[in-house]
Design a protein around this ligand. Structure first.
Ligand SMILES: C[S@@+](CC[C@H](N)C(=O)[O-])C[C@H]1O[C@@H](n2cnc3c(N)ncnc32)[C@H](O)[C@@H]1O
Length: 206
């Protein structure tokens, strides 16, 4: 597997056991305001990293399956979240059998790690058809506005327009949407940098 295919995050995961922190993503928190509760909801966290979103939803009562291509990230997830009952799975999400119909699919930071627009479209179609009517998608991805990639040497993310992601959900109810610049630094190299991020919370029609 090349660095391009998985985002090159393993260097950071090896350095720090909680690379992405423990707070759930802002759009995962937004999702909660749309739900009457999480009990027994079936959730897929695609590209879960160390599982901050998966563990949060599991603690709220959801049944969560979480997939990541990085065995290092998942080893950390199992230790960090040993108190929750998430089903952690190692593998390329594009090859995973999605047998279930999910109430919620989270894809936080995954799409821009995929090799091409065709891979993203194919995965989106599989995730959409594996989502129940009335179910939700929460996505966060780099878009093609400005980035400083100096903190991610060797990483060539797939950068697509914000509109590309909005158009994926043209037949869904878009509950929240943003195109924002994120300024951050990572624990392993502490290089201040920024990314342009599309975030979407969308509901599949009933
Ligand atoms: C930006 S990180 C975000 C991690 C986590 N979702 C979070 O928000 O903290 C993207 C994650 O996607 C994973 N990833 C990249 N390509 C993948 C693939 N093809 N299948 C499964 N996971 C993948 C990476 O290993 C990495 O953990």
């Amino acid at each position: 597997m090349t660095m391009r295919n998985q985002g090159g995050y393993d260097e950071g995961y090896k350095f720090c056991p909680c690379f992405w922190g423990s707070e759930p993503g802002s759009y995962v928190q937004k999702l909660l305001t749309k739900l009457s509760g999480c009990t027994d909801l079936l959730v897929l966290d695609a590209g879960c990293g160390e599982g901050k979103n998966a563990a949060f939803l599991s603690k709220m009562g959801a049944r969560v399956q979480a997939v990541d291509i990085s065995g290092v990230a998942l080893a950390h997830a199992r230790i960090l979240h040993s108190d929750v009952d998430v089903e952690w799975m190692e593998g390329d999400i594009s090859d995973c059998l999605l047998a279930a119909q999910y109430d919620v699919v989270i894809s936080y930071g995954l799409y821009h790690c995929l090799p091409s627009m065709a891979h993203i479209l194919a995965l989106h179609e599989r995730l959409a058809s594996s989502t129940k009517a009335g179910g939700y998608h929460v996505i966060c991805s780099f878009n093609d506005r400005d980035h400083d990639l100096s903190a991610h040497p060797g990483f060539e993310p797939c950068l697509l327009p914000h509109k590309f992601y909005v158009d994926l959900y043209q037949d869904w109810h878009v509950e929240a949407l943003s195109d924002e610049t994120l300024h951050e630094e990572h624990p392993h190299n502490k290089i201040p940098h920024h990314h342009s991020l599309t975030r979407i919370l969308a509901r599949k029609p009933l």
